[in-house]
Every structure is written in structure tokens, then in C-alpha cells.
Design a protein around this ligand. Sequence first.
Ligand SMILES: Cc1cc2nc3c(=O)[nH]c(=O)nc-3n(C[C@H](O)[C@H](O)[C@H](O)COP(=O)(O)OP(=O)(O)OC[C@H]3O[C@@H](n4cnc5c(N)ncnc54)[C@H](O)[C@@H]3O)c2cc1C
Length: 472
Amino acid sequence: MSSRLRPSLPHLWSLRPLGTVAPREMAAKRLEAAPSQAAGPAAPSVALAFEDPSAFRVKSLGELLRALGVFHLCSFPVLVNNCGKLMSVARAILGKRGFSLFLRPSVYAQFVAGEDEREISQSMEKMSSLGLRPMLAVPIEEDLGESTGEKRYDDNMEAMLECVRMSHSNAWSRDPMMQLKITALLSPELCVKLTTLLSQQKYDLDLLVRAMNGEKISFPGLDEKETAHFLCSLRRLNKIAEASSNKVRVLVDAEYTYMNPALSLVAMAMMKKFNRDGAWIWNTYQCYLKESRSLLLEALRLSRSEGFCLGVKLVRGAYMDKERKLAKQEGRADPIHESWENTNDSYNGSLKVMLDAISQNPQRYRIIVATHNEESVRRAAQGMAELGIDKDGGSVCFGQLLGMCDHVSLTLAQEGYAVYKSVPYGSVDDTLPYLVRRAQENRTVLQGIRKERDLLRQELRRRIRLGLRGGS
Ligand SMILES: Cc1cc2nc3c(=O)[nH]c(=O)nc-3n(C[C@H](O)[C@H](O)[C@H](O)COP(=O)(O)OP(=O)(O)OC[C@H]3O[C@@H](n4cnc5c(N)ncnc54)[C@H](O)[C@@H]3O)c2cc1C
């Protein structure tokens, strides 16, 4: 992997309150007990139990043991909370090579597809044979204060173009997707400035489209240097979109609220240019935000008025703790829903909005239900059945992170749904800080992997019994 892939810095790692797990489980039970409001009397019932350990029969013994070991480590909050520091110490003691030798067969192999195309392909071929589809993710992102020169952004663009090529040119490339972090190509400082400007005035999407086409546009509120960088960034994004159009669906990630409006503006302009006949560029909606429903409704309105197809990645959101901390420091209202239950209501409500839109016009709207939450997945599957949306028609698909909640992904794939695994790739050094942050952001999910661990153990016991009986 090229040294272009630079991971996010550890100071972005967030801490999640431990107390969220028990209420989550209770709420999940309450939600399960409540019948879906959308369910009509004659609606077919979808039974997705996610309880069947046979989903893990496809895993090798080594993979079972590795997953159990890694998940066991992830069950110690003290380890997850301090894993960034622990990794730094281990790297200092073991050196680059020793550290890599230690991590490659364990945590890295669990969560990362590989470093070069051969390794990535091996990992993807296996996934493809299990019915899972690729969503490659290049682990580059930046936050305020990390910006570097135009050359770095150009190098990042080359890495993204390589990701586009790999995503569609292999035997495992089935209707591929990839994730794109705009802050790898456009400075976070400018995103913040644009976000401030957008709160005072609207930017016409056509201005951005014309800039993507190479016109020298001057944007209101930006000085000469900022304009030059914005134009270069829009052309970089244009190159990636041109390379991926009709081949790979590009899913723009959502990041922090202090820059999301700028990211959405750019994503919408890309949609306006490239989504005329199909959804090739998608945007992400974080349902932990109080404003997420209105943002989604606005995107639906814009897609109709501007005449483009809308692709939606629906997530709960990964930056809760930092968002809350910042809001408190700045004396602003917390942008995040008060409770996990409210975030769930928000997620399920937005899911329903999208499913209704898709049932009316499946060519125009698409959604990836990007969650590890079984209840949300069940609701989506039930909603699809009730509205007559094809399981594998492409307008609704599911997404989980590589190495997490495989019982959800494999069960869905076995039932014939389109399921993607978000797959980061790169060297140990490039990807680990990124993965550490993912682990910490998703601590509530990781602590909820007890069920996956139980299922893995059941499968291991089954194999031991089988072995003792001589494989009969
Ligand atoms: C394919 C894919 C792409 C992704 N892309 C993005 C992206 O672009 N941007 C991004 O931000 N995230 C992204 N994520 C990460 C995603 O946001 C996390 O995986 C997700 O938040 C974990 O929640 P969950 O839906 O799996 O389920 P759960 O485990 O049910 O929910 C946990 C989530 O609920 C929310 N939550 C927890 N406690 C509270 C509380 N007390 N109050 C309010 N809300 C609470 C938080 O968002 C937390 O992460 C992506 C995930 C996947 C699988």
C-alpha cells in the first residue's frame, strides 16, 4: 500500500459512556415486543433470527479462533478505551516489523482486507463466495489542523482512483461500492468556512458543477487562495466520479457537524452532475443528529427539484462523544439525540421515509441500511416485504463493517438480500490508528458482540463434538 494512505490521528478517538449497553438491550426487547406500525393485516412476516450458528460454518477453524480471541479482547473496556496508547507503546517496544508481525495475524486480519491487491483480492474472493459484496474504504481523512499542501490531496486522489479501479476490475466485483471521505481531498478548514458561509447564504449547485467541469468560478465569501483550493478539490472529486460512473457506487461519508453542510453541498453537486440516470454518488445521513430527518427530507426535495437520483447511506453516527464535548465547550445545544432510544426512533423513521420513497420509485432512490443493529435490519426487511421491494433489486441493501457482526451479514446474504462489507485496506501502520478509532467509536457495538461470540463458541463446540465422533 502506498505511503499516501495516512490514517486519522489518535486525538480524534472518542470515548463512549459504558452505561449505554444495558438500556440498549432493554430497548431492543421493547422494540421487538412492539409490532411494526407499518404492518398491515395481510403483510408477510419476515423471520430473521440472527441466532443460527450455522452462519459460521463457512469460517475456517483459524478464523473462528481468531474472531473469538479478538472479540474477547474487545470485551474489556479498559483495553478498548486505551487501545490507542497501548498500540503506541507496543510499537515503540517491538519496533515497526515486530509490531506488524504481532498484529497481522490477529486484529489486523480480523478487520482489514490486506495491504496489496493480491491480499485484498484473496479476502474479497472469500467474501464474494459467501454472497457478500465489496465496499472498499481507503483509510484517509483529516480534521482541523492536519491540512497539508495540494500535493498531498493529489496523492490521496490517486489512492482513491486506484480504489475505483480495484473495486470494479476483479472477479469479486459484484455491483461494487466504495466509501469516500471528502476531507481527504478538500481541506477541513475550508469545509468549516464553507459551512459557516452556508448558514448565511445558499450556494447554487450549478456553480459547483461548472467548477467541476473546469470553469474558473469565483465563490461568494471565499478569498483567492481558498477559491483556488476549492476549484482544485472539485476537479479532484470530478475525476474520481468520472472514473467510477457506471462502474462503482461512491458513498460520501458523513463526518462532523461543523463541516457536514459543506460535505453535503459537494455531494449534492456531484449527484446533480453524475446521478441523472442512476444513483452513482450517495450521501450519508447520521440519525443520531436531531436534524437528520429534516436533512433527509431536504435531500429528497432537492433530488426532485434538481432532477437527480438519490443514494442514501443511513447510519446512526460515529462521532457522538466528540460532538457532545464540542457542543458543551462552545455552549451550544447538543446536536445529538438525548438517548439511544431517540436515535433508534430517528433511524427507524428515516428508514421508513426512504422505503416509502423507494416503493414508489425504485429507479430513483436507493438506500444502504448501514447498521449492526438487528432490530433496524429486521425492520428494513419487514418494510421491504410489506411494500413489495425486491430483496436483491438493488434499491435497498445492507452494510456492516468487515469483521463485525458477521452473523447479521451472513444471515442476510443467505436469505438473498444484497449485503456489503465496508472493507478498509492498507498497511498495519496505515490502517491501525483508523481501526482503533473505529473500535472506540463503535464500542457500543463491540460490547454488543457477546451474541456473535456465543454463536462462534457454539460453532466451535459443534466442530469439537464432530471431531470427537470422527467427523460422522
Ligand atoms: C457501511 C458503514 C458505513 C458507515 N459510514 C459512516 C459515516 O459515513 N459516518 C458516520 O458517522 N458513521 C458511519 N458508520 C458508522 C456507524 O455510524 C456506526 O457503525 C454506528 O453508529 C454503530 O451503530 P449501529 O447502527 O451499528 O447500531 P447500535 O449499536 O444499535 O447503535 C450504536 C450507535 O447509537 C448511537 N448512540 C449510542 N448511544 C447513544 C445515546 N446515549 N444517545 C444518542 N445516540 C446514541 C451512536 O451513534 C452509536 O454509535 C458506518 C457504518 C457502516 C456499517
